[in-house]
Design a protein. Structure first.
Length: 244
């Protein structure tokens, strides 16, 4: 694999643009994977890196690592305290509302670090996601029972940090992310593969913001879209849509 694009780097932190399909770190459920973002960044920099930030394997975009244990502890606490802002771009099924706050508790799921199953008897934990619709399109193709197919481009911001939160919340409101094989709609996923040769999850961690643990100033890091996501936006005539 080519070196991962570095979006930000100083003596304490490094941010890369993770491609879709790359694991952040090795897990018990993915022992067969040979390429791991943590190892790739370590080898690129020639020093150990400390993961504190998760992205799903299929999600692309901004991925942060600490370069020392103390920074990793500080940033972990920042995430826990909700002092880190995150925004994602997603293509979803249907016409969403112009904007919405999804406040829907989520139960724990299997921990991929250990492979341990979650306790299904426990109540869901607080989970909140806000989104804003950026664009819509209606295509003259029957997918499922309707004569046309409708899709929305949204900017989503998770205000809590539950596993697969955005994907599960969008499924909950009946607007699953295109390309999502766990929570999505198989007919629409297949349509995008056939019509646009798009075979990835259309969820991208666009921007992350936080206060630097040492210089105490606000940092904002943005990740450009990859070729597949960009080509899809162009095919849907969304290439001129403001993504911020």
């Amino acid at each position: 694999m080519n070196p991962l694009p570095i979006l930000y780097q100083d003596e304490h932190l490094v941010a890369v643009n993770k491609p879709s399909g790359l694991l952040v770190h090795r897990t018990n459920l993915d022992r067969h994977e040979k390429e791991i973002a943590m190892h790739l960044v370590r080898d690129q920099l020639g020093q150990w890196v400390y993961p504190f930030h998760r992205l799903d394997k299929a999600t692309s975009g901004v991925l942060l690592f600490a370069l020392d244990k103390e920074t990793a502890r500080f940033m972990t606490q920042s995430f826990t305290d909700g002092r880190v802002t995150k925004s994602y771009l997603a293509v979803v099924r249907g016409f969403t509302k112009e904007g919405e706050r999804i406040d829907y508790p989520l139960r724990e799921i299997t921990d991929k670090m250990t492979g341990q199953n979650a306790n299904r008897d426990r109540p869901g934990k607080e989970a909140v996601t806000e989104y804003r619709r950026l664009a819509v399109v209606e295509l003259p193709h029957p997918v499922g029972r309707y004569a046309t197919a409708r899709y929305s481009l949204i900017k989503a911001s998770p205000l809590t940090g539950r596993n697969h939160q955005i994907r599960r919340h969008l499924k909950h409101i009946f607007h699953p992310v295109i390309g999502d094989t766990a929570y999505g709609d198989g007919k629409h996923n297949e349509f995008f593969r056939r019509q646009f040769d798009c075979r990835r999850l259309l969820l991208h961690a666009r921007e992350i913001g936080f206060v630097h643990p040492y210089v105490r100033r606000s940092i904002s890091i943005e990740a450009p879209l990859d070729n597949a996501f960009s080509a899809l936006l162009e095919a849907l005539q969304w290439d001129n849509v403001a993504l911020s």
